[in-house]
Write a protein that binds this ligand. Structure first.
Ligand code: 3IO
Length: 342
């Protein structure tokens, strides 16, 4: 009796074990590749929206062979560690804003000179072409999956900025090329990544920021910044980079799919950004009572005049570092012209 019960128990135990072993999916399903994709700002912002779009396209086009795990909000890598974190393999893929390390991405940051890029779509196409033409040294340790830019930067502030006197000494946040422009206008420029800006605005460390206007809605800045001053000056360039060993280990068909997605993603993100800026501005006016300030022609003339030395200075500095600075600027202008005619 005792023995029979033991035998029964054994059989049940074995059956349960076998059954559970069979129902667990094998660790590696048909050629599955798992990739971790790090991003620095919160999920509703455009770098994360484009990340989810890329994930969706890759998973669809590889028919599930590749799955992408996304990490928004700096949960895997934060803004300033993005490039080195991907190089060292802490994340397989990372999205970075070049303005946060201006000295590191000299060539591609030339797109944030005041050269008249008027939309994110144009900026993204110009940046992608520029990168491919010059293949800068700064990206040699990674595989570049795509690049894109923001829409042109404008001033979002707690107080109205209508003249150079209003901006003088005002604590405004910006990074990289945009920071140089704020300085030229006399603002007290404060540098920090976008991911740190909500807290800085809340605490009163800054009185506003200089960036593309979709953040008024996505990061709810319209609740704090009741004024927008239209300057439409510079864009911020971004890159999505992948760890080189992880890239080299990918099957050829997957590499091909990702390579084809590079320019397509630049284009998609640019268009998404431009449309989303319009939505954000409409929402800010209608739901948040934000005032949009257009500089008078006379005032705008004064603002523009202050920006003239910036490109010359960049050329001199970049040349001293061995870059073909004049032809880079010439190419950006020519590409901007090419993509600006529709
Ligand atoms: C940006 C960065 C993260 C999330 C949304 C954003 N919109 C514009 C930017 C550009 C930027 O990096 C910055 O610091 O202004």
């Amino acid at each position: 009796m005792e023995k029979k019960l033991q035998l029964q128990k054994f059989v049940v135990f074995t059956a349960v074990l076998l059954f559970s072993a069979l129902s667990i999916p094998p660790a590696v399903s048909a050629g599955s590749v798992q990739l971790n994709y790090a991003n620095f700002p919160p999920a509703p912002t455009f770098p994360c929206v484009q990340m989810e779009r890329w994930k969706g396209e890759v998973e669809k086009r590889t028919a599930g062979k590749v799955s992408v795990n996304t990490f928004p909000g700096g949960t895997l890598l934060d803004a300033k560690n993005m490039m080195d974190g991907v190089i060292s393999g802490q994340a397989d893929i990372g999205c970075l804003c070049m303005a946060y390390q201006p000295g590191r991405f000299v060539l591609t940051n030339a797109t944030s000179l005041p050269l008249g890029i008027s939309s994110a779509k144009i900026g993204s196409l110009v940046l992608w072409d520029l990168y491919n033409k010059y293949q800068p040294e700064s990206f040699k340790k990674v595989k570049v999956l795509t690049m894109f830019t923001t829409a042109p930067a404008n001033i979002m502030s707690k107080t109205a900025v209508k003249t150079l006197a209003d901006i003088k000494g005002l604590d405004l946040r910006a990074s990289g090329g945009a920071a140089q422009i704020l300085k030229a206008w006399g603002a007290n420029q404060v540098g920090m990544p976008m991911s740190e800006t909500p807290e800085a605005l809340q605490k009163g460390v800054v009185q506003g920021l200089f960036s593309s206007l979709e953040v008024m809605k996505d990061l709810k800045f319209a609740e704090i910044c009741k004024y927008i001053t239209i300057t439409d000056t510079v864009i911020y360039p971004f890159a999505v980079v992948m760890n080189m060993d992880r890239w080299n280990a990918l099957p050829d068909d997957v590499k091909k799919i990702m390579d084809e997605l590079g320019p397509e993603q630049a284009h998609w993100t640019g268009e998404y950004m431009d449309n989303h800026v319009m939505e954000s501005v409409a929402w800010s006016r209608q739901k948040q009572g934000v005032e949009i300030i257009q500089l008078s022609a006379e005032e705008k003339g004064k603002w523009d005049a202050l920006l003239q030395p910036i490109t010359d200075k960049w050329i001199a500095d970049a040349k001293a570092q061995g870059f073909a600075a004049e032809s880079i600027v010439k190419d950006i202008k020519a590409l901007t012209g090419k993509y600006s005619v529709r």
